[in-house]
Design a protein around this ligand. Structure first.
Ligand SMILES: [Zn+2]
Length: 113
């Protein structure tokens, strides 16, 4: 399960940061998930709850924001926002799009005490 390894990574980063930046507890984590990512917010929340148990991130709130995918058209250079793969350029209807954002998960903000 992709979500599980990602949340394990996330909690590990939070633990490392707590030592480096001297905080004791994580209150919330804001994540952005690209629309082209296969990650499911529901299973991320589920995995996070399990993985965070007994760590500084236990009971932290996971706030997930979905962001649109972004692709540049190779033919006309138009910047397109995508909700899914396989959409055509809105300008010239070409399918030769280069995806530049929206495939990943990013940590936007972490609230700590
Ligand atoms: Zn185009």
């Amino acid at each position: 399960m992709h979500e599980l390894s990602l949340t394990e990574n996330l909690v590990r980063v939070l633990q490392e940061q707590s030592v480096a930046q001297n905080f004791e507890r994580v209150l919330s984590v804001h994540l952005e998930i690209g629309a082209l990512s296969t990650l499911e917010p529901g299973s991320l929340e589920f995995c996070f709850e399990i993985v965070a148990r007994g760590t500084i991130a236990e009971n932290a709130k996971l706030e997930i924001l979905r962001t649109p995918g972004v692709a540049i058209c190779r033919k006309c250079n138009t910047r397109n926002e995508l909700c899914a793969y396989g959409e055509a350029c809105k300008q010239c209807e070409s399918f030769e799009l280069e995806v530049i954002a929206g495939k990943d998960m990013t940590i936007k903000n972490v609230e700590v005490v």
